[in-house]
Design a protein around this ligand. Structure first.
Ligand SMILES: NC(=O)c1ccc[n+]([C@@H]2O[C@H](COP(=O)([O-])OP(=O)(O)OC[C@H]3O[C@@H](n4cnc5c(N)ncnc54)[C@H](O)[C@@H]3O)[C@@H](O)[C@H]2O)c1
Length: 336
């Protein structure tokens, strides 16, 4: 494992998926550190676009972030963006754009392959061509499948994905290694564990359950609620992502809270914070879902000096406060 290095931090950074939940925070925090940030997003309709518009508008308020509406699968447009940098190419690319979500990938695997594998490949090719040295790739805890005891370590076998989504992330990890091997692209792969926070994803339980419990709507629970997730606060994840911009060769890091929580416990805490009881519709377990996720984060602590700082109660409190502030439109977000 490489030692932390004090090499100069990348200054000019391209962040993909900038209207997305995690990337929008990465852009804001990078800019706050004085880096030059370029963001892009395709604004696909994988979930309610009002959330992407809100995050994009927040970024537009910040001076010094350049934003482009662009699809990673549009090679010509993407190439134009790299070309426009002229004599000063990006120092790093942080690829967070993706089709995310496990169950939707079972319905429509093709778009997942196009964005998550094809899009990542387009970026790596341009890094090679334009001499960009650093590539950060968002990956997922879903890669660990169901054959391992928790907590998950980066050196566990990840050959058996349960969903097309996880399989595309595995493919992108493998392609990134190839670009590291052939072209010395410096790669940090980050396996995120169930990220939550303000303006989160409406296809994930934290925002969906906050909205639906607060508004007295039914929530659906697959299985009996005993499945557990290593819920990790979005700003902790964004800071870990920025920390991973340092040169490492090719390394994979889990970024998780290391404090897994049962879904039923999360529901109880939301009930307490919003002051209402949940109405629950229990449905059969989905085979593509994982029963538990839990990150062993020893490597990220040791190599990146990173550790999560936000307790689940504190982070969920911030999500609930954000929801209350934005309730006039957030109550209308599609969370079915
Ligand atoms: N949120 C989590 O819990 C979690 C967990 C593990 C991994 N991840 C990964 O982290 C990354 C960010 O996830 P997120 O939760 O912020 O998801 P998100 O869907 O909110 O953000 C992804 C963004 O990428 C954009 N995008 C998708 N395809 C694109 C394309 N072809 N070209 C340009 N833009 C495109 C989308 O419009 C979206 O705004 C993803 O790679 C995801 O797979 C997230």
């Amino acid at each position: 494992m490489p030692e932390p290095t004090s090499a100069k931090s990348p200054q000019s950074i391209l962040v993909t998926g900038a209207a997305g939940f995690i990337a929008s925070r990465v852009c804001a925090l990078l800019q706050a550190e004085g880096r030059e940030v370029t963001g892009l997003d395709s604004f696909n309709d994988a979930y309610d676009v009002r959330l992407k518009n809100w995050r994009w508008a927040e970024l537009e308020k910040i001076k010094g972030i350049t934003l482009h509406r662009m699809d990673l699968t549009d090679r010509a447009a993407l190439r134009g963006l790299f070309e426009k940098q002229g004599e000063t190419p990006f120092d790093a690319v942080v690829n967070l754009a993706a089709r995310a979500g496990v169950r939707a990938s079972v319905e429509n695997p093709t778009v997942y392959v196009e964005a998550n594998v094809g899009g990542a490949l387009n970026l790596m090719e341009l890094c090679r061509e334009f001499g960009v040295r650093k590539f950060v790739l968002a990956s997922t805890s879903s890669l660990y499948g169901k054959d391992h005891a928790t907590p998950y370590r980066e050196d566990m076998n990840t050959d058996r994905q349960l969903s097309p989504y996880a399989a595309t992330k595995k493919a992108a990890e493998a392609m990134a290694y190839t670009y590291h091997f052939l072209y010395k692209l410096d790669v940090s792969v980050l396996r995120y564990f169930t990220v939550y926070g303000p303006a989160g994803r409406p296809d994930m339980t934290p925002l969906r359950f906050v909205q639906r419990i607060r508004e007295g709507r039914t929530i659906t629970v697959f299985g009996d609620g005993s499945q557990s997730r290593d819920f990790t606060y979005v700003d902790d994840i964004a800071k870990g992502t920025i920390t991973a911009l340092r040169p490492v060769g090719y390394e994979i890091f889990n970024l998780g809270s290391d404090e897994p929580l049962k879904l039923s416990e999360m529901i109880g805490l939301i009930e307490e914070l919003v002051g209402r009881k949940a109405i629950i519709d229990y449905r059969p377990w989905h085979p593509a879902d994982m029963m538990a996720t839990w990150a062993d984060i020893t490597k990220a602590r040791a190599t990146l000096g990173w550790s999560p700082k936000t307790s689940f109660r504190e982070g969920l409190g911030r999500l609930v406060a954000w929801y209350e502030e934005n309730r006039d439109w957030a109550s209308k977000i599609e969370t079915d």
